[in-house]
Design a binder for this molecule. Structure first.
Ligand SMILES: Nc1ncnc2c1ncn2[C@@H]1O[C@H](COP(=O)(O)OP(=O)(O)OP(=O)(O)O)[C@@H](O)[C@H]1O
Ligand SMILES: [Mg+2]
Length: 237
């Protein structure tokens, strides 16, 4: 489905991604973990084409549904169905919830307005509210709802529950389970290990722009040493 091979990425001269390889299979949910500054967001941006992969061997390969997408502009990559929901959510604050959703609509998407409202009942309640009037959790739901309207073949989410109250976190986790159960593969960057282990099939840990661990959810849950070593005590679930 998504196969990322040895991607390199830079901010100026700083070599932030030093050959990251990972894969997400059909229907799979993979979390990308690592300490602050490890390169998680940059990895998603490089896959989405927002940071151009460059360096050895052209900066690496990103193959999505059989197509080489590394080097394409972000809008072309998005049009392939590789859908990135960035950390700061990118919703239009001056538009209403429903206008935000309709702007992202694609006729061929299996998720139309009512389907999104079914997954996110709060968005239906808030359909006429402006984007700026939404809580952080509602903004996140709207960002994910917009991605669904746009016919994602894979979703990449950067810290979707960061800073949200525990009840809202639970709500979003349940919603992500519904989306996963519908068959949408997800690459999730998340620091909350309880969230990660509830959702993921597999985990990938990066450190200083390199993959240092990959394991199944069961293996990861059982492995306290790996959590301590790569994620630090503050994060242990
Ligand atoms: N726009 C930028 N310009 C220069 N350096 C950047 C930029 N964005 C990130 N960096 C640096 O690149 C490295 C990787 O950052 P990145 O945001 O990918 O980390 P992260 O794993 O997502 O961290 P966090 O957990 O804090 O979100 C860090 O050292 C960061 O300081
Ligand atoms: Mg980040």
């Amino acid at each position: 489905m998504l196969d990322v091979q040895e991607i390199h990425g830079y901010y100026g001269k700083s070599h932030v991604l030093q050959g990251v390889s990972l894969a997400v299979g059909e229907g799979e949910l993979v979390t990308l973990l690592g300490r602050n500054g490890a390169g998680k967001s940059t990895t998603l941006k490089a896959i989405a084409g927002i940071v151009q992969p460059k360096g050895p061997k052209g900066g690496g390969r990103v193959v999505f549904r059989g197509k080489h997408v590394a080097g394409m502009p972000p809008h072309r990559i998005a049009a392939e169905g590789l859908c990135f929901v960035p950390e700061h959510r990118g919703i239009f604050k001056l538009l209403t919830v429903e206008e935000n959703l309709k702007l992202a609509a694609r006729r061929d998407s299996p998720w139309q307005l009512d389907d999104v409202y079914r997954i996110f009942p709060r968005l239906r309640e808030r359909r006429s509210n402006g984007g700026a009037q939404l809580s952080g959790g509602e903004q996140q739901m709207l960002a994910i709802g917009r991605a669904l309207m746009n016919h994602p073949r894979l979703l990449m989410l950067d810290e979707p529950v960061e800073g949200l109250a525990p009840v809202i976190v639970e709500e979003i986790v349940a919603q992500l389970k519904v989306i996963k159960a519908a068959g949408v593969p997800i690459l999730l960057v998340e620091q909350n290990l309880q969230v990660c282990t509830q959702l993921a099939d597999r985990h990938v840990i990066i450190e200083q722009g390199r993959v240092v661990y990959t394991g199944s959810n069961d293996a990861f849950r059982a492995d306290e040493a790996v959590k301590d070593r790569y994620l630090g005590v503050g994060l242990a679930a």
